[in-house]
Design a protein around this ligand. Sequence first.
Ligand SMILES: Cc1cc2nc3c(=O)[nH]c(=O)nc-3n(C[C@H](O)[C@H](O)[C@H](O)COP(=O)(O)O)c2cc1C
Length: 147
Amino acid sequence: MSKTIIIYGSTTGNTEIISEEIKKGLEKGGKDVTIKNVINADINELSNYDLILLGCSTWGLGELQDDFQPFYGEMAVEHFKGKNVAVFGTGDSDMYPDTFCEAVKILEDKLKECEAEIIADSFTVDGDTENFQNAAEAWGLKLAKMI
Ligand SMILES: Cc1cc2nc3c(=O)[nH]c(=O)nc-3n(C[C@H](O)[C@H](O)[C@H](O)COP(=O)(O)O)c2cc1C
């Protein structure tokens, strides 16, 4: 069975909740899914997976969530070249319209540098939205059907 890993960084739990919903969608699509907080993730384990999803909220003014910084610093071609990847994240479009979900763009730019295959548009959502579950699960299912 095709193996997927979701690695997320989340300070107040919003991106963690989204990650669980995306996992449900992937599993409905027949994927074997491992989910890890980025603080427990090892960049060298990525080679074991067919699809890598990175999820990160945006903090500061358009910055990566704190826990994601060390992982980001390690990201290199050797880990991502030719790998199927996609990125998701939460933000706040009312309070931070100019930097809404900027962390997702930062990660996508890095993945392009690392020669990864970004297989789908990112999934971004306001962290305090109540009904994101269906959309997050649907995004996971869509990805499952793509690889
Ligand atoms: C101090 C602070 C700075 C933030 N900066 C941004 C930002 O620049 N862009 C954005 O889209 N959201 C920003 N947010 C909103 C968070 O990204 C949002 O609440 C998110 O859902 C948090 O997810 P997490 O609980 O997974 O960390 C900020 C929130 C706080 C409290």
